[in-house]
Unconditional design. Structure first.
Length: 636
């Protein structure tokens, strides 16, 4: 048990060292344009207005002046560094680290450590910003593992032993709680959550109503507890469940900056609640006076410092009063797992911690939040996307094994699986059901036989064209004059792959299907479409092709193009998957991570179209079975 956690720490160190080495190599050796194409850098930048936000942080607005169709990696909370490029192309980095506060398309708001940092930015020519190594998150995870490993004779030690050993997990003994509006498996899961004294897992395969079940369990828990902590690995997942709880009338305090904040959720963030508090105007006035006194050169310096000290003391009192009021009123505190270490939550403890999308979180991240709780409820699906691991050594060592997986193995009685799905028609559902869920899933009658067209097959495989020789090293994805050349290509970032001919085939296949349905019907019924590729290079190529073809203009609001990871938690009426891999060696690369394919397939409600080169893909037994399954449906 202790050895398992110590091993986790060793693997996490390998991941940290790998990422640190990558960052140093990218910073020192990689050209700025290559960084831009990889989505880790914005250059050039224009600097907008600067101001102090509600937390008295100095922030500045930034905008990238070139509109590139690149899927960037900037998110709220991530650290960044600034640089400027001289006439010879050399980069000089500024000696401070800032943090992303908000980002949307080509605009970003960054919080700065000082006014001096703002001066450096505003005075710089040819300014750029790039992601910085997130050492803070690693530091939190290492600290959490150290704390868990050394825990003794306390609740954290008990939870550690229950999760990692055969130590029994206990339950409360009250009568079962009924949820007649849920299906039987959802009702059983919600009741199990309420009865769990230590730990419970809600296993929610695609479309089975995991969020619905979790919301009911949280709502019922709040009848017994004053306040709970709700976390997830990503801001998006936190926002999603927070919005569902808010719709039920639950008072939520959202800690941290959401990546995509709806108008409904914006009012529940800590910053907005803080600004709306009756004492905020008074606090803001005091802070303004303090800044003015610092800038002032009038009067006696000692008297000025004494006045600043008195104002700071009053500001601290007001801030404490506002915070206590906000936290006392809130029934749910919502944040990411890393966000649970926020200074606002220091010293606070919760009866129950709910971790959504737990199958995507590193175990070390989970322990950051578990330290604050007496019992833990995890929800997710370990048959879908795993945590992202960059180091091959850490991945092969098992760093991607999550706490949820460990509990599922050690405590199967603490796991409740939802088995009725409401998303996919039965033909789409049956293959992943057999491959990943031991045939335990059932389609609800409302979706079992639904489709878009009569006499249509729900899944079809369109054969990608045969590869041509000597195309392996073509890298220029900005040109579209190779569309008739089949075969996979190495993308310009040197990491991803693309297949231009397959991209053309994919859009033509989608266009043919749209014509069968009728564009007017699609627009009238708002049938939504998702185009998925496992490779970012292919995603970017498909986006450019859609943008340049006028045929798609009326439909663009209904079409999303993204990677598998980008579609996690989403669903569409029609899904098209471009598999990309097309080579004589039968190499499928990271398509061998079948959990990603499970996610891709299960996004479709009524129609799934796969564009793939079967001679390549069917070297892998999974894709051979998938092709055979689709062929049998088509023949029938």
């Amino acid at each position: 048990m202790i050895q398992d956690l110590a091993r986790q720490k060793e693997l996490l160190l390998k991941e940290y060292e790998f990422e640190k080495e990558q960052f140093q190599r990218q910073t020192q050796n990689m050209g700025v344009q290559k960084k831009v194409r990889r989505g880790m850098c914005w250059y050039p930048l224009s600097v907008g207005r600067s101001y102090y936000n509600s937390l008295d942080q100095l922030v500045v607005e930034l905008r990238r002046t070139t509109d590139l169709d690149v899927e960037h990696q900037f998110e709220p909370g991530k650290p960044v560094c600034f640089f400027q490029e001289d006439a010879s192309g050399m980069l000089s980095y500024m000696k401070f680290v800032a943090q992303v506060s908000f980002v949307e398309e080509n605009s970003m708001v960054v919080s700065l450590p000082s006014a001096q940092a703002l001066s450096q930015i505003t005075d710089a020519d040819r300014l750029g910003v790039q992601l910085y190594l997130d050492e803070y998150t690693y530091r939190l995870m290492f600290q959490a593992l150290d704390t868990v490993i050394s825990a003794k004779d306390n609740r954290l030690a008990q939870l550690r032993d229950i999760c990692h050993t055969s130590a029994p997990a206990s339950q409360f003994s009250f009568e079962p709680v009924r949820f007649p509006w849920l299906n039987p498996s959802q009702e059983k899961a919600a009741d199990m959550v309420l009865h769990a004294k230590d730990v419970a897992v809600v296993h929610g395969p695609p479309g089975t109503g995991k969020t619905t079940t979790l919301v009911e369990a949280i709502y019922e828990t709040l009848r017994r507890e004053v306040q709970v902590l709700v976390c997830a690995q990503s801001n998006m997942a936190v926002d999603w469940i927070s919005e569902k709880l808010s719709e039920r009338g639950v008072n939520i305090l959202r800690i941290g900056n959401p990546t995509r904040v709806t108008d409904r959720m914006l009012q529940d963030t800590y910053e907005r609640r803080f600004e709306r508090h009756p004492l905020y105007d008074q606090l803001w006035g005091i802070r303004r006076n303090i800044r003015q006194l610092y800038d002032s050169r009038e009067g006696n310096r000692e008297n000025r410092h004494q006045k600043i000290a008195r104002l700071k003391e009053r500001a601290t009192e007001l801030e404490y009063t506002i915070n206590e009021s906000l936290f006392t009123d809130a029934r749910v505190i919502a944040c990411t797992l890393t966000g649970s270490a926020h200074h606002l939550l220091q010293g606070r403890r919760f009866g129950t911690l709910f971790i959504d999308e737990a199958a995507q979180a590193l175990e070390a991240s989970c322990w950051i939040a578990i330290q604050k709780a007496d019992r833990v409820i995890l929800a997710g699906d370990h048959r879908q996307l795993p945590p992202t691991i960059k180091s091959p050594a850490a991945l092969s060592g098992g760093l991607d094994k999550t706490l949820m997986q460990t509990i599922c193995e050690n405590k199967p009685r603490c796991v409740s699986m939802l088995n009725v799905q409401y998303r996919m028609c039965d033909e789409i559902m049956q293959f992943p059901n057999r491959e990943f869920y031991d045939g335990q899933l059932h389609s609800d009658p409302s979706v079992k036989y639904r489709g878009i067209l009569d006499w249509d097959t729900a899944i079809e495989w369109i054969e990608s064209e045969e590869p041509l020789e000597s195309l392996e090293n073509l890298e220029n994805l900005d040109r579209l004059d190779h569309l008739e050349s089949p075969g996979e290509l190495l993308a310009s970032d040197g990491l991803s792959r693309t297949n231009p001919a397959e991209a053309r085939q994919a859009l033509q296949a989608l266009r043919n299907y749209i014509e069968r349905i009728g564009r007017d019907r699609i627009l009238h019924e708002r049938l939504d479409i998702g185009i998925i590729s496992p490779y970012k290079g292919q995603v970017q190529l498909l986006r450019r092709m859609l943008r340049r073809d006028s045929y798609w203009k009326p439909l663009r609001q209904l079409i999303s193009v993204n990677t598998v990871d980008g579609f996690q938690g989403q669903e569409r009426d029609i899904i098209l998957i471009s598999m990309v891999r097309n080579n004589e060696q039968g190499q499928v690369g990271f398509l061998s991570d079948l959990r990603r394919m499970n996610v891709a397939i299960t996004r479709a409600r009524m129609k799934l179209i796969i564009i793939g080169h079967s001679p390549t893909l069917c070297h892998h037994p999974f894709y051979k079975r998938l092709k055979h399954y689709i062929d049998n449906i088509t023949e029938y």
